[in-house]
Write a protein that binds this ligand. Structure first.
Ligand code: SAM
Length: 329
């Protein structure tokens, strides 16, 4: 069975899969009110974490099948020891063109330069508010100053672009304009994200439809439709001079499943085919049972065949018991 070459990875709906989000830990130093519940104890045991050799091997096979881009995420990826070392190994894999990172930035101040040197080119920083009290309330810890120091270090390290991700919910919707001003001044791409009903924590938080906010920002700031290369599922508005861009990630009000090009690998080696559905394949067991590269490749193809057409966050908001950091955001 010639599994290592041939057509790129394409699912049953004709979507080419070239992007993998790699959760390097399910732990986090924050307790965002919509994500890991306070007091949660059900983290994966370290014995189940894929080690760097296992990750490198599996992603190497993936890359030979057409994977091009990897995003390091979690949990909080900067909590995994020697994350820069892993980034360096993945950046060196033939076929991998891009390594990016999503972080809450609490530890970024002392890691930004090393990660950049290791080959991480693009950075997404999560920040739901510029108000210290709101951050403490929504994100569960008083970390605004640490995050701002992390962003300053990322500026110095020269990441381009830096994207700032803000989940918009009832508690912070009135702060969108302040965040627009901050990102405009600092040269960050802002991305506003709709709250997804993942787990009880998120379902309690008060979903806000981004479409009216998009319309208001368009009119108020004189923004026009813009396309950002590699912009993923976000739909962007930008200033006429091209110096400010804001993206809208709207899985509920306007889903983008028909262009989904991604899969997610959890810290314990489960490949999830959709953020909002349960289809998955267990690669930890395969790797530890001594599967050959060809066997891994055909398992990857079988997994891609399981990718569902779309999530059902709107139709069945109660469906998903996994909160975001379990799958890898
Ligand atoms: N710790 C890293 C970070 O903060 O970016 C990476 C993992 S975190 C789970 C990834 C992103 O998912 C964050 O921007 C977080 O705000 C977002 N997130 C978590 N739960 C969410 C939900 N239910 N709906 C929308 N976004 C969510």
């Amino acid at each position: 069975m010639p599994t290592m070459t041939g057509t790129p990875l394409t699912d049953r709906y004709g979507r080419a899969i070239e992007y993998l989000r790699l959760s390097v830990t399910d732990r986090c130093d924050l307790r965002c009110a919509y994500c890991i519940p306070e007091g949660f104890k059900g983290f994966e045991e370290p014995a189940h974490w894929l080690n760097f050799d296992e990750i490198e091997r599996l992603l190497g096979v993936f890359a030979r099948l057409g994977l091009k881009r990897v995003r390091l995420t979690g949990g909080e990826p900067l909590l995994r020891r020697d994350i820069a070392g892993l980034a360096r190994r993945l950046a060196a894999l033939p076929g991998i063109e891009d390594i990016s990172l999503s972080t809450n930035a609490t530890q970024l101040a002392h890691m930004a330069a090393d990660l950049k040197a290791a080959g991480v080119t693009r950075l997404n920083v999560s920040l739901d508010s510029l108000n210290a009290e709101t951050v403490a309330r929504i994100n569960g810890r008083a970390v605004l100053d640490d995050v701002l120091r992390g962003l300053a270090a990322a500026d110095v390290a020269g990441y381009a672009p830096i994207k700032l991700n803000m989940v918009v919910m009832r508690d912070n919707a009135h702060e969108v304009d302040a965040m627009v001003g901050f990102c405009r001044e600092r040269g960050y791409v802002l991305r506003l994200i709709e709250l997804m009903p993942m787990g009880d924590t998120a379902r309690r938080m008060g979903y806000v439809d981004l479409q009216p906010i998009k319309q208001r920002l368009r009119e108020h700031h004189g923004l026009i439709d813009t396309v950002l290369p590699g912009g993923g599922p976000a739909r962007y508005l930008g200033s006429a001079d091209g110096r400010f861009t804001v993206g809208f990630i709207t899985p509920l009000s306007q889903h983008f499943c028909e262009t989904c090009n991604r899969v997610r690998l959890t810290v314990d080696g489960q490949l999830h085919l959709c953020l909002g559905q349960d289809e998955r394949m267990d690669f930890r067991t395969l790797l530890r049972a001594g599967a050959s590269d060809d066997e891994l490749a055909s398992a990857i193809r079988r997994a891609i065949d399981l990718k569902p057409e779309r999530h059902e966050f709107r139709e069945h908001p109660e469906k998903l018991v996994r909160f975001m950091s379990m799958t890898g955001g």
